[in-house]
Design a protein around this ligand. Structure first.
Ligand code: NAD
Ligand code: IPM
Ligand code: MN
Length: 366
Protein backbone atom coordinates (compact mmCIF):
# COMPACT_ATOMS: atom_id res chain seq x y z
CA UNK A 1 0.00 0.00 0.00
CA UNK A 2 1.29 3.48 -0.91
CA UNK A 3 0.16 6.43 1.19
CA UNK A 4 0.94 10.11 1.41
CA UNK A 5 1.13 11.46 4.97
CA UNK A 6 1.18 15.16 5.82
CA UNK A 7 3.26 16.03 8.88
CA UNK A 8 2.39 19.07 10.98
CA UNK A 9 5.28 19.31 13.40
CA UNK A 10 4.24 22.38 15.33
CA UNK A 11 6.18 23.52 18.37
CA UNK A 12 8.05 22.29 21.42
CA UNK A 13 7.89 18.54 21.90
CA UNK A 14 5.51 18.36 18.92
CA UNK A 15 8.57 18.49 16.70
CA UNK A 16 10.29 15.79 18.74
CA UNK A 17 7.49 13.25 18.88
CA UNK A 18 6.64 13.58 15.17
CA UNK A 19 10.13 12.27 14.48
CA UNK A 20 9.26 9.20 16.55
CA UNK A 21 6.06 8.69 14.53
CA UNK A 22 8.01 8.75 11.28
CA UNK A 23 10.53 6.21 12.55
CA UNK A 24 7.76 3.89 13.69
CA UNK A 25 5.88 4.19 10.40
CA UNK A 26 9.09 3.55 8.46
CA UNK A 27 9.47 0.34 10.46
CA UNK A 28 5.86 -0.64 9.73
CA UNK A 29 6.40 0.07 6.01
CA UNK A 30 9.56 -2.09 5.92
CA UNK A 31 7.94 -4.88 7.85
CA UNK A 32 4.68 -5.09 5.91
CA UNK A 33 5.79 -3.95 2.45
CA UNK A 34 4.07 -0.54 2.39
CA UNK A 35 5.32 2.80 1.14
CA UNK A 36 4.60 5.81 3.32
CA UNK A 37 5.69 9.16 1.90
CA UNK A 38 5.94 12.13 4.23
CA UNK A 39 5.69 15.83 3.54
CA UNK A 40 6.00 18.47 6.28
CA UNK A 41 3.90 21.64 6.51
CA UNK A 42 4.10 24.55 8.91
CA UNK A 43 1.52 25.14 11.64
CA UNK A 44 1.31 26.94 14.98
CA UNK A 45 4.12 29.07 16.37
CA UNK A 46 6.61 27.84 13.78
CA UNK A 47 4.24 29.01 11.03
CA UNK A 48 3.76 32.39 12.73
CA UNK A 49 7.52 32.87 12.78
CA UNK A 50 7.93 31.93 9.11
CA UNK A 51 4.72 33.16 7.49
CA UNK A 52 3.06 35.48 10.00
CA UNK A 53 0.04 33.19 10.23
CA UNK A 54 -0.51 30.05 12.36
CA UNK A 55 -2.16 28.27 9.42
CA UNK A 56 -0.77 29.00 5.94
CA UNK A 57 -3.02 28.09 2.96
CA UNK A 58 -0.29 25.74 1.76
CA UNK A 59 -0.72 23.72 4.96
CA UNK A 60 -4.47 23.36 4.43
CA UNK A 61 -3.95 22.31 0.80
CA UNK A 62 -1.22 19.83 1.77
CA UNK A 63 -3.51 18.21 4.34
CA UNK A 64 -6.47 18.05 1.97
CA UNK A 65 -4.34 16.31 -0.63
CA UNK A 66 -2.81 13.80 1.80
CA UNK A 67 -4.21 10.39 2.75
CA UNK A 68 -3.79 11.23 6.45
CA UNK A 69 -2.30 13.92 8.66
CA UNK A 70 -0.12 13.62 11.76
CA UNK A 71 0.14 16.57 14.12
CA UNK A 72 2.67 16.99 16.94
CA UNK A 73 1.49 19.87 19.12
CA UNK A 74 1.41 23.66 18.94
CA UNK A 75 1.99 26.53 21.32
CA UNK A 76 4.51 27.92 23.72
CA UNK A 77 5.40 30.94 25.87
CA UNK A 78 7.03 32.70 22.93
CA UNK A 79 3.60 33.40 21.35
CA UNK A 80 1.58 33.69 24.55
CA UNK A 81 1.05 37.45 24.37
CA UNK A 82 0.10 37.51 20.71
CA UNK A 83 -3.40 38.68 19.72
CA UNK A 84 -5.80 35.73 19.37
CA UNK A 85 -5.63 35.50 15.56
CA UNK A 86 -1.84 35.20 15.82
CA UNK A 87 -1.74 32.46 18.43
CA UNK A 88 -0.45 28.97 17.57
CA UNK A 89 -3.64 27.40 18.92
CA UNK A 90 -5.64 29.20 16.21
CA UNK A 91 -3.72 27.13 13.66
CA UNK A 92 -4.83 23.90 15.28
CA UNK A 93 -8.47 25.01 15.58
CA UNK A 94 -8.29 26.26 11.99
CA UNK A 95 -7.07 23.00 10.50
CA UNK A 96 -9.69 20.99 12.42
CA UNK A 97 -12.40 23.30 11.07
CA UNK A 98 -10.98 23.49 7.53
CA UNK A 99 -10.88 19.70 7.27
CA UNK A 100 -14.31 19.30 8.92
CA UNK A 101 -12.93 17.03 11.65
CA UNK A 102 -15.93 17.06 13.98
CA UNK A 103 -15.25 13.79 15.81
CA UNK A 104 -12.29 13.49 18.14
CA UNK A 105 -11.78 9.96 19.46
CA UNK A 106 -9.65 9.77 22.59
CA UNK A 107 -9.23 6.19 23.79
CA UNK A 108 -8.08 5.83 27.38
CA UNK A 109 -6.78 2.38 28.21
CA UNK A 110 -4.29 1.76 30.93
CA UNK A 111 -1.46 -0.60 30.07
CA UNK A 112 -1.28 -3.30 32.77
CA UNK A 113 2.41 -2.52 33.34
CA UNK A 114 1.52 1.07 34.26
CA UNK A 115 -1.29 0.47 36.75
CA UNK A 116 0.96 1.52 39.60
CA UNK A 117 2.15 4.61 37.68
CA UNK A 118 -1.21 6.26 38.28
CA UNK A 119 -1.58 8.29 41.48
CA UNK A 120 -4.98 6.59 41.81
CA UNK A 121 -5.31 3.28 43.64
CA UNK A 122 -4.48 0.27 41.48
CA UNK A 123 -7.86 -1.34 42.22
CA UNK A 124 -9.64 1.82 41.00
CA UNK A 125 -7.70 2.04 37.74
CA UNK A 126 -7.51 -1.68 36.99
CA UNK A 127 -9.71 -2.71 34.05
CA UNK A 128 -10.49 0.84 32.90
CA UNK A 129 -10.93 1.02 29.14
CA UNK A 130 -12.96 3.90 27.82
CA UNK A 131 -13.33 6.05 24.74
CA UNK A 132 -14.01 9.76 24.99
CA UNK A 133 -15.71 11.12 21.89
CA UNK A 134 -15.29 14.86 21.87
CA UNK A 135 -17.19 17.14 19.49
CA UNK A 136 -14.38 19.10 17.85
CA UNK A 137 -15.64 21.85 15.56
CA UNK A 138 -18.39 23.57 17.52
CA UNK A 139 -19.23 24.97 20.94
CA UNK A 140 -17.31 27.66 22.79
CA UNK A 141 -14.21 27.25 20.64
CA UNK A 142 -15.94 28.52 17.51
CA UNK A 143 -19.05 30.44 18.61
CA UNK A 144 -19.45 34.08 17.54
CA UNK A 145 -19.25 36.65 18.96
CA UNK A 146 -16.08 36.00 20.89
CA UNK A 147 -14.53 39.34 21.74
CA UNK A 148 -13.33 41.89 24.24
CA UNK A 149 -15.71 44.82 24.64
CA UNK A 150 -15.85 48.22 26.26
CA UNK A 151 -12.11 48.69 26.29
CA UNK A 152 -11.50 45.48 28.17
CA UNK A 153 -14.29 46.03 30.69
CA UNK A 154 -16.37 43.13 29.38
CA UNK A 155 -15.83 39.99 27.34
CA UNK A 156 -18.04 37.52 25.53
CA UNK A 157 -17.61 33.96 24.29
CA UNK A 158 -20.48 32.08 22.67
CA UNK A 159 -21.46 28.45 23.10
CA UNK A 160 -23.45 27.62 19.99
CA UNK A 161 -24.50 24.32 18.43
CA UNK A 162 -26.63 23.48 15.43
CA UNK A 163 -28.87 20.42 15.86
CA UNK A 164 -27.13 18.65 12.94
CA UNK A 165 -23.73 19.13 14.62
CA UNK A 166 -24.99 17.33 17.70
CA UNK A 167 -26.71 14.63 15.68
CA UNK A 168 -23.60 13.63 13.75
CA UNK A 169 -21.36 13.34 16.81
CA UNK A 170 -24.03 11.43 18.73
CA UNK A 171 -24.42 9.03 15.78
CA UNK A 172 -20.66 8.53 15.76
CA UNK A 173 -20.76 7.77 19.49
CA UNK A 174 -23.56 5.20 19.16
CA UNK A 175 -21.70 3.54 16.32
CA UNK A 176 -18.49 3.40 18.34
CA UNK A 177 -20.40 2.01 21.35
CA UNK A 178 -21.79 -0.76 19.14
CA UNK A 179 -18.26 -1.87 18.32
CA UNK A 180 -17.33 -1.89 22.02
CA UNK A 181 -19.29 -2.80 25.16
CA UNK A 182 -22.50 -1.07 23.99
CA UNK A 183 -22.69 1.45 26.78
CA UNK A 184 -22.89 5.18 26.08
CA UNK A 185 -22.58 7.96 28.65
CA UNK A 186 -23.59 11.37 27.37
CA UNK A 187 -22.03 14.16 29.43
CA UNK A 188 -23.61 17.62 29.55
CA UNK A 189 -24.70 20.43 31.85
CA UNK A 190 -28.42 20.16 31.09
CA UNK A 191 -29.34 21.54 34.51
CA UNK A 192 -28.02 24.93 33.35
CA UNK A 193 -27.16 25.27 29.66
CA UNK A 194 -29.58 25.52 26.73
CA UNK A 195 -27.00 23.87 24.48
CA UNK A 196 -26.93 20.88 26.85
CA UNK A 197 -30.71 20.61 26.86
CA UNK A 198 -30.69 20.25 23.07
CA UNK A 199 -27.76 17.84 23.37
CA UNK A 200 -29.75 15.62 25.74
CA UNK A 201 -32.85 15.82 23.54
CA UNK A 202 -30.85 14.63 20.53
CA UNK A 203 -29.34 11.73 22.47
CA UNK A 204 -32.84 10.68 23.59
CA UNK A 205 -34.09 10.78 19.98
CA UNK A 206 -31.10 8.92 18.59
CA UNK A 207 -31.20 6.14 21.14
CA UNK A 208 -34.32 4.80 19.40
CA UNK A 209 -32.11 3.98 16.39
CA UNK A 210 -29.64 2.07 18.56
CA UNK A 211 -31.79 -0.05 20.91
CA UNK A 212 -28.87 -2.40 21.57
CA UNK A 213 -26.85 0.40 23.24
CA UNK A 214 -27.50 1.30 26.90
CA UNK A 215 -27.60 5.07 27.45
CA UNK A 216 -26.88 7.11 30.53
CA UNK A 217 -26.80 10.90 31.01
CA UNK A 218 -24.35 12.48 33.44
CA UNK A 219 -23.79 16.08 34.40
CA UNK A 220 -20.22 17.11 33.67
CA UNK A 221 -19.28 17.93 37.26
CA UNK A 222 -20.36 14.51 38.49
CA UNK A 223 -18.75 12.88 35.44
CA UNK A 224 -15.42 14.49 36.34
CA UNK A 225 -15.63 12.95 39.80
CA UNK A 226 -16.73 9.49 38.63
CA UNK A 227 -14.02 9.36 35.98
CA UNK A 228 -11.36 9.07 38.64
CA UNK A 229 -13.30 7.35 41.44
CA UNK A 230 -14.99 4.64 39.38
CA UNK A 231 -13.60 4.72 35.82
CA UNK A 232 -14.57 1.12 34.93
CA UNK A 233 -18.24 2.15 34.77
CA UNK A 234 -17.50 3.94 31.49
CA UNK A 235 -17.34 2.54 27.99
CA UNK A 236 -18.01 5.36 25.49
CA UNK A 237 -18.40 8.95 26.67
CA UNK A 238 -19.75 11.54 24.25
CA UNK A 239 -19.59 15.22 25.03
CA UNK A 240 -19.24 18.72 23.62
CA UNK A 241 -15.99 20.37 22.70
CA UNK A 242 -14.75 21.98 25.91
CA UNK A 243 -16.07 19.35 28.33
CA UNK A 244 -14.26 16.74 26.20
CA UNK A 245 -11.04 18.73 26.29
CA UNK A 246 -11.03 18.90 30.07
CA UNK A 247 -12.27 15.38 30.77
CA UNK A 248 -9.68 13.80 28.50
CA UNK A 249 -6.72 15.43 30.27
CA UNK A 250 -8.27 14.28 33.53
CA UNK A 251 -8.73 10.75 32.19
CA UNK A 252 -5.05 10.58 31.26
CA UNK A 253 -4.37 10.19 35.00
CA UNK A 254 -5.76 6.64 34.68
CA UNK A 255 -2.95 5.75 32.28
CA UNK A 256 -0.15 7.27 34.35
CA UNK A 257 0.61 10.24 32.09
CA UNK A 258 -0.77 12.68 29.58
CA UNK A 259 2.09 11.44 27.43
CA UNK A 260 0.21 8.16 26.91
CA UNK A 261 -3.03 9.41 25.29
CA UNK A 262 -3.45 9.28 21.48
CA UNK A 263 -6.33 10.71 19.49
CA UNK A 264 -7.97 10.56 16.08
CA UNK A 265 -9.81 13.56 14.63
CA UNK A 266 -12.21 12.35 11.97
CA UNK A 267 -15.04 13.30 9.67
CA UNK A 268 -17.52 10.94 8.05
CA UNK A 269 -15.47 10.54 4.85
CA UNK A 270 -12.09 11.86 3.94
CA UNK A 271 -8.80 12.69 5.52
CA UNK A 272 -8.22 12.05 9.24
CA UNK A 273 -5.82 13.89 11.54
CA UNK A 274 -4.00 12.04 14.30
CA UNK A 275 -2.59 13.89 17.27
CA UNK A 276 -1.57 13.21 20.84
CA UNK A 277 -3.89 14.68 23.47
CA UNK A 278 -0.99 16.52 25.12
CA UNK A 279 0.46 19.88 24.20
CA UNK A 280 3.89 21.21 23.31
CA UNK A 281 5.16 20.81 26.93
CA UNK A 282 7.46 23.86 26.97
CA UNK A 283 8.77 22.79 30.38
CA UNK A 284 10.57 19.77 28.90
CA UNK A 285 10.96 20.78 25.24
CA UNK A 286 14.39 20.40 23.69
CA UNK A 287 15.67 18.04 26.37
CA UNK A 288 14.92 14.70 24.74
CA UNK A 289 12.62 13.76 27.62
CA UNK A 290 9.22 13.71 25.92
CA UNK A 291 7.21 10.53 26.07
CA UNK A 292 6.66 9.65 22.38
CA UNK A 293 4.03 6.96 23.10
CA UNK A 294 0.94 9.18 22.73
CA UNK A 295 2.18 10.15 19.26
CA UNK A 296 3.22 6.60 18.39
CA UNK A 297 -0.16 5.26 19.51
CA UNK A 298 -1.77 7.95 17.34
CA UNK A 299 -0.01 6.42 14.33
CA UNK A 300 -1.67 3.12 15.25
CA UNK A 301 -5.04 4.91 15.16
CA UNK A 302 -4.10 6.29 11.74
CA UNK A 303 -3.22 2.83 10.41
CA UNK A 304 -6.55 1.50 11.73
CA UNK A 305 -8.99 4.30 10.88
CA UNK A 306 -7.53 5.87 7.73
CA UNK A 307 -5.80 2.92 6.10
CA UNK A 308 -7.76 -0.06 7.51
CA UNK A 309 -4.44 -1.72 8.40
CA UNK A 310 -5.61 -3.46 11.56
CA UNK A 311 -2.73 -5.93 11.77
CA UNK A 312 -0.18 -3.14 11.44
CA UNK A 313 -2.01 -1.02 14.04
CA UNK A 314 -1.93 -3.93 16.46
CA UNK A 315 1.77 -4.45 15.75
CA UNK A 316 2.48 -0.89 16.86
CA UNK A 317 0.32 -1.22 19.98
CA UNK A 318 1.88 -4.54 20.90
CA UNK A 319 5.40 -3.15 20.42
CA UNK A 320 4.50 -0.34 22.85
CA UNK A 321 3.07 -2.84 25.31
CA UNK A 322 6.13 -5.08 25.09
CA UNK A 323 8.50 -2.12 25.60
CA UNK A 324 6.61 -1.17 28.75
CA UNK A 325 6.49 -4.81 29.88
CA UNK A 326 10.28 -4.90 29.69
CA UNK A 327 10.29 -2.01 32.17
CA UNK A 328 11.31 0.88 29.91
CA UNK A 329 9.58 4.17 30.60
CA UNK A 330 10.07 7.92 30.15
CA UNK A 331 10.47 10.38 33.04
CA UNK A 332 6.83 11.50 33.06
CA UNK A 333 5.75 8.06 34.28
CA UNK A 334 6.00 7.55 37.99
CA UNK A 335 7.62 4.13 37.81
CA UNK A 336 10.32 3.07 40.23
CA UNK A 337 11.45 -0.20 38.70
CA UNK A 338 12.82 -0.78 35.22
CA UNK A 339 14.87 1.67 33.22
CA UNK A 340 14.15 5.34 32.55
CA UNK A 341 14.90 6.34 28.97
CA UNK A 342 14.53 9.40 26.77
CA UNK A 343 12.47 9.98 23.62
CA UNK A 344 15.04 8.50 21.22
CA UNK A 345 15.64 5.26 23.09
CA UNK A 346 11.93 4.76 23.73
CA UNK A 347 11.27 5.19 20.01
CA UNK A 348 14.08 2.84 19.06
CA UNK A 349 12.74 0.17 21.40
CA UNK A 350 9.28 0.36 19.83
CA UNK A 351 10.82 0.28 16.35
CA UNK A 352 12.84 -2.80 17.30
CA UNK A 353 9.67 -4.38 18.66
CA UNK A 354 7.97 -3.90 15.29
CA UNK A 355 10.98 -5.05 13.30
CA UNK A 356 11.53 -8.17 15.38
CA UNK A 357 8.01 -9.46 14.69
CA UNK A 358 8.75 -11.08 11.35
CA UNK A 359 11.95 -12.59 12.74
CA UNK A 360 10.19 -14.19 15.69
CA UNK A 361 7.20 -15.19 13.57
CA UNK A 362 9.41 -16.82 10.95
CA UNK A 363 11.36 -18.66 13.63
CA UNK A 364 8.08 -19.86 15.12
CA UNK A 365 6.76 -21.03 11.75
CA UNK A 366 9.90 -23.08 11.02
P1 NAD B 1 0.95 20.25 27.96
O1 NAD B 1 0.10 19.10 27.58
O2 NAD B 1 1.89 20.74 26.94
O3 NAD B 1 1.79 19.87 29.27
C1 NAD B 1 1.16 19.59 30.53
C2 NAD B 1 2.18 18.83 31.42
O4 NAD B 1 2.29 17.48 30.91
C3 NAD B 1 3.57 19.41 31.38
O5 NAD B 1 4.15 19.27 32.65
C4 NAD B 1 4.32 18.56 30.38
O6 NAD B 1 5.69 18.46 30.57
C5 NAD B 1 3.64 17.22 30.55
N1 NAD B 1 3.62 16.47 29.28
C6 NAD B 1 2.76 16.66 28.26
N2 NAD B 1 3.04 15.81 27.26
C7 NAD B 1 4.10 15.09 27.63
C8 NAD B 1 4.86 14.06 27.02
N3 NAD B 1 4.57 13.59 25.80
N4 NAD B 1 5.91 13.55 27.70
C9 NAD B 1 6.19 13.98 28.94
N5 NAD B 1 5.52 14.95 29.58
C10 NAD B 1 4.47 15.50 28.93
O7 NAD B 1 -0.04 21.41 28.43
P2 NAD B 1 0.28 22.93 28.83
O8 NAD B 1 1.61 23.01 29.49
O9 NAD B 1 -0.92 23.40 29.50
O10 NAD B 1 0.35 23.68 27.42
C11 NAD B 1 1.57 24.00 26.77
C12 NAD B 1 1.25 24.53 25.36
O11 NAD B 1 0.71 23.47 24.57
C13 NAD B 1 0.20 25.64 25.35
O12 NAD B 1 0.63 26.59 24.40
C14 NAD B 1 -1.06 24.96 24.91
O13 NAD B 1 -1.96 25.80 24.24
C15 NAD B 1 -0.50 23.91 23.97
N6 NAD B 1 -1.35 22.72 23.78
C16 NAD B 1 -1.37 22.24 22.51
C17 NAD B 1 -2.07 21.07 22.24
C18 NAD B 1 -2.04 20.56 20.84
O14 NAD B 1 -1.34 21.11 20.02
N7 NAD B 1 -2.75 19.51 20.53
C19 NAD B 1 -2.72 20.39 23.27
C20 NAD B 1 -2.66 20.93 24.57
C21 NAD B 1 -1.95 22.10 24.81
C1 IPM C 1 -6.28 19.76 22.75
C2 IPM C 1 -5.76 21.15 23.08
C3 IPM C 1 -6.39 22.18 22.19
C4 IPM C 1 -7.89 22.15 22.45
C5 IPM C 1 -5.85 23.61 22.33
C6 IPM C 1 -4.38 23.67 22.18
C7 IPM C 1 -6.51 24.54 21.37
O1 IPM C 1 -5.92 21.43 24.42
O2 IPM C 1 -6.18 19.34 21.60
O3 IPM C 1 -6.77 19.07 23.66
O4 IPM C 1 -8.35 22.73 23.45
O5 IPM C 1 -8.60 21.55 21.64
MN1 MN D 1 -6.56 19.74 25.59
Amino acid sequence: MKKQIALLLGDGIGQEVIQSAVEVLDAVADEYGHKFEFESFDIGGAAIDRHETPLPDKTIRGCEQADAVLLGAVGGPRWENHPSHLRPEKGLLGIRKALGLFANLRPVKGFPQLLHASPLKEEVVSGSDLLIIRELTGGLYFGEPSEIREDGQSVVDTLAYQRHEIERIVDQAFQSARLRRKHLTSVDKANVLESSKLWREVVEEKRKDYPDVAVEHLLVDAAAMKLITDPTQFDVIVTENMFGDILSDEASVLTGSLGMLPSASLRTDGVGLYEPVHGSAPDIAGQGLANPLAMILSTALMLRHSFQLEEEAKAVEEAVQETLRLGYHTADLNVVEGEQVGTDVMTRLVVEGISSRSTSESIMSC
